[in-house]
Design a protein around this ligand. Sequence first.
Ligand code: SF4
Ligand code: SF4
Length: 436
Amino acid sequence: MKRLFFGGIHPKYNKEMSTKVTTFHTIDPKQVVIPLQQHIGAPCKPLVNVGDKVLRGQKIGDGEGLCVPVHASVSGTVVAIEPRPHTSGRRVEAIVIDNDHQDNAIPAVTNDLPLEQLDSDQILHSIREAGIVGMGGAAFPGNVKALSAMGNVDTLIANACECEPYITADDSLLRTEPEHVLEGMQILRQVLKPSRLVLAVEDNKAIAIEKLRGILPNYPGIELAVLPTRYPQGAEKQLIQALTGREVAPGQLPVSVNCAVFNVSTYAAIYRAVRLGLPLTQRIVTISGEAIAEPQNFIVRIGTPFHDLIEVAGGLHDKTERVISGGPMMGFAQSDLSVPVIKATNSILCLLKDENGAAENPVCLRCGKCVSVCPMRLQPLYMYRFTNAQRVDELQRLNILDCIECGSCAFTCPGKLPLVERFRKGKQMVREANAK
Ligand code: SF4
Ligand code: SF4
């Protein structure tokens, strides 16, 4: 099959596990934990106090600068504002709400103006006030990303590649509510005025592709690009290269090649915010893996603890080895299952054993396989060596900050070196040196 970007791999995708259940189950947790930091940038400050009654959709935290607000995802009572475990591994200040199970919501202000009458400033304001961040994992504030792209892009992309194994949250969204994604794309087109608007999906999502082909004639000017499945096709720079042939230079952003990429869940959230007046208080989450009894996709209120979802999905196998927030390639292992689903949580993966895990005594065989699969054209074997030697100058020369932590090198490494883990450390060393 034609290769549209350099490197990449073909892991076992295991996506059918979570798509066997075709309806979404919802879950109404007893308590939600809403972290005040769910985005890249400055944390929110609480706007409520312990003891306050809140409504679903009420803004409960906000801040200035690079910051978007957070909202209550249930109605109920604030019972604590304190540091709580977070999927990042840190403890993060969070607002804890006891659910009254009444689901009383802030009245939503809908907007059915014709597209051409939607004003850019008003759209960006709605995106910010709804607390929208990149929902594919990046969690960058949506309004800031759109603002920085204004006047600078000719190609606007909707990313539905969802190339990590097991995860089917975006696929499920496209199977059930493709109109919301396409409406969101039209809304952002109003702001960015690109000449090309394209929705990119990998060819392993046949049902979603069929649905999209059926309704696309109602959305003139939106192109559907069906790409050959190859990991990490969904990484921004690889997707841009596959769709446009343009290469984003090391250290540069997509806007440098006149492109902007947003995840399909983000477009659906933009539609809900602008048209339905709904803030980002829920999302689709895949729960999958060999260690969970009933893999499926849920519509989940932000702040729902992982253990609640695991319980509703039938519970964990006795021999569960790892629970991961995200996918097996780029996700983060969780040791505390009280962590809540946040805006960027697309998957909870429960594994019996870590097939891609590092060996006890890893040895580099100098085979060069890691170099041949690295989609960023980096040299993982030397990055590994110089991270261990704490040679920040060499790590900078090797452009380690360009590593997207996709895990392709570790997947293919016969020496089973803990490459990505070391690169996270190496990148931290370089950032600290740059800050000095
Ligand atoms: S793939 Fe692994 S063993 Fe081979 S050169 Fe790279 S780091 Fe070394
Ligand atoms: S994890 Fe980093 S070094 Fe390894 S293949 Fe991906 S981009 Fe390249």
